[in-house]
Structure formats: C-alpha cells, structure tokens
Design a protein around this ligand. Structure first.
Ligand code: NAP
Ligand code: ZN
Ligand code: ZN
Length: 346
C-alpha cells in the first residue's frame, strides 16, 4: 500500500514529506492506520547517525498508536477497528532460545527494528511510525486498554517499556529508593512508573528549571547534578538508579549513590563509551546493568499496569511540519516531556 510519511533523506538532514510503499498485507499481518507517533531521542540518534552507519531514506518512529483497518486471513488476536500499538521491533527469528523463552527483544539473530531495520527476507529496510499507516505481523502488535488516552499512550510503546522493564526486574517497590537520571521522555515515565510501583523517587537533573515538574510528577526529591554537596549527601542510599541520559555522563558520580548491592541501569544510549572504575563497583558490591526495551508480552503487561495505575506520558501533540523544530528542543533538553505527532498531518 502507498503511505505518506516524513523521512530523512540523508544523515543529519531535516525530515521532509515522503511517500513510499509498504508491503501488502500477509496472512498473519494487521494493517494499522496510525493516529499518533511519539518522538524518541533514539529517532534523533539514528537520523543523525550517532550510533552506526545506516541506509537512507529513514522514516523514524517506534512509538506507534493506531487502529486496525485490515487483518490477514490467519490473524486471530486482532479485529478491524481495534486500538493497537507497535513498539521498537516488528519481527524476530522466533526460534532462538531467547525468542522461545518469550524475550524476543533479545533475539539472538537480532530483532527486526521498526525502522532502519532489515526484514527477515534479508534486504527490505523497515520504515517507521512517522507515517499514515503500517503493516505488522500480529505477533508484534499489542492491544491498548480503553482507559489510556491515545496520544499519551503512544510514548509507552518505547519510553514506557524501556523504564518499566528494569524497574520491575530490579524490584522497585515499597521501601526501595529509586534514582532517575535525566528528566526527559524516558525519565519522566521512570518517575511515574517507580511511584506507581510504590518506590521513593529522586530525580537527578542538569536542568534547574525542572525541579517543580519533578515534584508534580510525584518525585519526593530533586537534585541538581552539578550541586556536589547535594550529590555527596545522597551517597550509598539507592537501591536502583536508572540512567536515561542521551549524552555521556560520569559513571563514578552515580555509582557512588548506590547502597550495598545497588544497581545502576543504563538505558540512555549516548553512543559513547562510559569509563568505569572498578573501585566504584567493589565498594558496596555494586552492579551495573543494561536494559533494552521489553518483549511484546512485557509491553502488554506494562500497558495493562499503566491503565490500572493511570500512568500516561505528559505529551505535547505537534503536527508533522513541526518535527524538525521538536528535534532541536529534544536535543536541548527542552521537551516537557514527550512530543507526539498527530498522524493525520502526514
Ligand atoms: P530525552 O527526552 O532527550 O531525555 C534525555 C534527558 O537527558 C534530557 O531531558 C536531560 O534531562 C538529560 N540530558 C540530555 N543531555 C544532557 C547532558 N548533556 N548532560 C546531562 N544530562 C543531559 O531522551 P529520551 O527519548 O528520554 O531518551 C533517552 C536516551 O535513552 C537516549 O539516548 C535514547 O536513545 C535512549 N533509549 C534507550 C532505549 C533502550 O531500550 N535502552 C529505549 C529508548 C531510548 P535533564 O534536563 O533532566 O538533565
Ligand atoms: Zn525509543
Ligand atoms: Zn530469536
């Protein structure tokens, strides 16, 4: 099918309107009319080629929310008209140990990313959610609970699951202290989910102007990361610290915050190495971890939890012609707290 979208035609270029073809609907596919598409900092890293060399044009977008318009003859889980979401990947090998174990986001063959990925046919480049419609195998689509607002639910498809998954895995809950570094798209959802799980939350930010927002999101404490006295006062006190910063940072400064056996989880992806001093790990038997999005089943579980607890992203809905300006604001840490594109404007 022919679709309208916005694409970067070359690395670092501004996005422009672009029409392109999607595959015809297959037996197990659902066709989705996209209603909202979130802007993740990963879209910007990729378009600006800050991670690896890629093939252009790129239509970014992996926080997709829309309605099913057609289903293939073998589809069992979705019906025309249903509200659905698509996140960061649209396929995987389905046979490796991790796929079989239900962790296909860690597919040993590499999950097929929603955009700038290569389909399992070995050559087709995937194009993402900054577009009017998408065709996806039903095994990589989730149902969006009625209680969630459409625009505010779109960012849960990437930002939400990326922070919810490690918070749940590492036991965020009553009696636990969680630190969130960086109050952006991921960071503000980390605050909301950590609070919904019952933890005490501290935001570490390099933006003094975000203190009142941190409080209104529910965080108990706000620390300006440049304030060395405040940082020192919080050493050895956290169970979990989530780094959601899109730029490099000093890992020593944040490892020092962890109590005995505490974990610093990297979800932010600056594309640069982070030097680690082993002394910071030996002290208090600390751990470092990484975490990449979540499986399709975890995504569904997170959406159901979000609906039950009323967790939604704080969004600014924009039209397609505002994407390039929005990118500049994201890079300037001036997003409050997720841009979501109204897909009717593509
Ligand atoms: P974002 O909205 O731009 O938020 C990043 C935040 O980091 C900013 O709001 C800012 O918070 C802080 N920051 C930015 N530049 C900084 C600097 N130079 N020094 C210190 N702090 C800085 O980005 P996002 O969409 O949340 O994504 C965050 C990162 O996670 C990106 O690298 C993205 O690629 C990555 N990501 C990873 C996964 C995964 O599966 N692991 C999934 C999605 C995204 P303050 O103003 O509060 O300091
Ligand atoms: Zn993302
Ligand atoms: Zn696999």
């Amino acid at each position: 099918m022919e679709v309208r979208g916005y694409a970067a035609m070359a690395a670092g270029e501004e996005l422009v309107p672009w029409e392109f073809r999607r595959r015809d609907i297959g037996d197990h596919d659902v066709a989705i009319a996209i209603e909202y598409s979130g802007i993740c900092h990963s879209d910007i890293h990729r378009v600006r080629q800050e991670w690896e060399t890629q093939t252009f044009p790129i239509v970014p977008g992996h926080e997709i929310l829309g309605r099913v318009t057609r289903v293939g003859p073998e589809v069992t889980g979705f019906a025309v008209g249903q509200r659905v979401g698509v996140g960061v990947y649209v396929d995987s090998c389905r046979t490796c140990d991790n796929c079989v174990a239900g962790e296909s986001n860690y597919c040993l063959e590499g999950a097929v990313e929603t955009f700038a990925g290569i389909e399992r046919d070995g050559h087709t480049v995937t194009q993402g959610g900054y577009s009017s419609a998408i065709v996806v195998d039903e095994g990589y689509v989730v149902s969006v609970p009625e209680a969630l607002n459409s625009a505010a639910a779109a960012p849960l498809m990437c930002a939400g699951i990326t922070v919810f998954s490690p918070l749940e895995r590492f036991g965020a809950g009553p009696g636990k202290k969680v630190g969130v570094i960086g109050l952006g798209g991921l960071g503000h959802l980390a605050v909301l989910f950590a609070k919904a799980l019952g933890a005490e939350v501290t935001v570490f930010s390099h933006s003094p102007g975000k203190a009142s927002d941190a409080t209104s999101l529910g965080a108990e404490h706000f620390v300006l990361s440049s304030d060395t006295d405040q940082m020192a006062a919080r050493e050895k006190s956290f169970d979990i610290v989530i780094n959601s910063v899109s730029a490099p940072l000093d890992s020593s400064q944040y490892l020092a915050l962890l109590k005995l056996g505490g974990v610093l989880v990297f979800v932010g992806l600056s594309g640069q190495p982070y030097p680690i001093n082993a002394f910071d790990l030996l002290n208090q038997r600390r751990m470092i971890a990484g975490s990449a999005i979540g499986s399709v089943a975890q995504l569904q579980h997170m959406l159901d939890f979000a609906a039950e607890k009323g967790v939604e992203a704080k969004v600014e809905v924009i039209s397609a012609d505002q994407i390039n300006a929005a990118y500049e604001r994201v890079v300037g840490s001036d997003v409050r707290y997720r841009f979501v594109i109204d897909a009717s404007t593509f």
